[in-house]
Write a protein that binds this ligand. Structure first.
Ligand SMILES: Cc1cc2nc3c(=O)[nH]c(=O)nc-3n(C[C@H](O)[C@H](O)[C@H](O)COP(=O)(O)OP(=O)(O)OC[C@H]3O[C@@H](n4cnc5c(N)ncnc54)[C@H](O)[C@@H]3O)c2cc1C
Length: 368
């Protein structure tokens, strides 16, 4: 029996496992697929958001700001590609009110930001479109390889004694005599005293399986173009439009591996589908031309899509009131990548209250 089992090997589950293993807890992760980083954690923008966008007072704001602070040193420890690029939210002649609103949020969230005029913008990013007049510049934003981060977190957790079980889709959860019995599709059983549900798009189903709270989750697909590394010379920072009710909008950004991405869309889905559509690609083209003056579709090397699983307007991070020792991490959409290190700290603080034994031999291994 493990003290703690984490369900789901995305960036959140792996960050949690890493923290718990580092603390010396007996812990394991069950992942349905044949590797970690196969869900939203491999198909996103890879932006470490500065934290000016999230509504002050929300969990998104709190954990984004803390996660963005932790990310550079975490990436260094794990030897994962990360770059502090800063980010721009660009706007035309009529966009100042929107930028000022973001400045107020930035101040309330404690995030460094300033409004730049066109001359100052061009010094940072010469290829913004001719319509751009003003921008909010957030110098602490960055880019990271989301899948390399997830894999490195899982690796370090295993080095510190955690177990990772792949191809283990959890299909049944029972609790008796203070312990959980988790059953996988093949009928294999795993026991634990505490369960952390970080199953991404499947997290609401896992909560139902455990008899914990029911959550209504909505899905929104984000399509992307990926451009060849030769386009990397044209973009040095992350270029966002003003956000709208659908989200942060279509961005142009370098990736930590040296490519450039255009996207994502936000297209509602009934099920978590990752099929890119021509409707999505057209929406990206329209979005890109508003902010960026040298899109180059001849250099597109591939397309991909990721799916956001949202539950209301904020992250759900709570201990179940119906099932003791069952922790729900549901609706961890954007900025979930940026927030993952801080979400892991919160889960660690929950585990610390349970009085589980710690293996004091664990070394806080830093991977080279
Ligand atoms: C288009 C898009 C762009 C984004 N851009 C950014 C960004 O730039 N910056 C940012 O901070 N955030 C961004 N995000 C959000 C970020 O990607 C997510 O918040 C984060 O990846 C969520 O990680 P997770 O571990 O919760 O979920 P996932 O990565 O989806 O992992 C969940 C895992 O659970 C497994 N699972 C599901 N059901 C079961 C089961 N029954 N048994 C066992 N395992 C199960 C799945 O196979 C999966 O591997 C973006 C998201 C999308 C979709």
């Amino acid at each position: 029996m493990f003290d703690i089992i984490v369900i789901g090997g995305g960036v959140v589950g792996c960050a949690v496992l890493d923290k718990l293993a580092m603390k010396g807890y007996s812990c394991a992760l069950l992942e349905a697929d044949d590797d970690v980083a196969v869900g939203a954690s491999r198909a996103n923008s890879g932006i470490v958001h500065a934290g000016y966008d999230a509504v002050p007072g929300t969990k998104k704001a709190k954990y984004n700001v803390r996660g963005a602070y932790l990310m550079p040193s975490l990436a260094k420890e794990l030897d994962v590609p990360y770059k502090n690029t800063g980010s721009l939210v660009v706007a035309g002649e009529n966009g100042m009110a929107g930028l000022e609103e973001l400045m107020v949020r930035a101040a309330e969230n404690g995030v460094q930001a300033e409004i730049l005029d066109r001359e100052a913008i061009l010094k940072i990013e010469p290829n913004v479109s001719d319509a751009v007049r003003f921008a909010l510049y957030a110098p602490t934003a960055g880019i990271i390889s989301p899948y390399k981060l997830t894999i490195a977190l899982a690796d370090r957790a295993v080095t510190n004694g955690a177990k990772v079980f792949l191809n283990r889709k959890v299909v049944k959860i029972e609790k008796a005599d203070g312990k959980f019995v988790l059953e996988t599709e093949s009928g294999e059983k795993f026991e634990a005293k505490m369960v952390v549900n970080s199953a991404g798009a499947g997290a609401a189903d896992i909560s139902d399986l455990a008899g914990a709270e029911h959550f209504d989750v909505a899905f929104a697909r984000g399509d992307y173009f990926v451009l060849d590394v030769t386009e990397g010379k044209n973009v040095s920072t992350v270029i966002f439009p003003l956000p709208d009710e659908k989200g942060k909008g279509i961005l142009v950004a370098p990736t930590a591996d040296g490519n450039v991405i255009y996207g994502p869309t936000s297209i509602k889905e009934q099920i978590p589908s990752t099929d890119v559509t021509s409707e999505g690609l057209d929406a990206i083209r329209k979005g890109v031309e508003k902010t960026y003056k040298c899109p180059n579709y001849r250099k597109v090397i591939r397309l991909f899509a990721g799916v956001r699983a949202t539950c209301g307007d904020d992250f759900v991070m709570e201990e179940s009131k119906r099932v003791d020792n069952f922790v729900n991490l549901v609706g961890i959409c954007s900025p979930g990548l940026s927030s993952a290190p801080a979400i892991a700290e919160w889960v660690e603080s929950v585990a610390d209250k349970k009085g589980f034994a710690k293996n004091t031999d664990v070394k806080t291994v830093k991977l080279k």
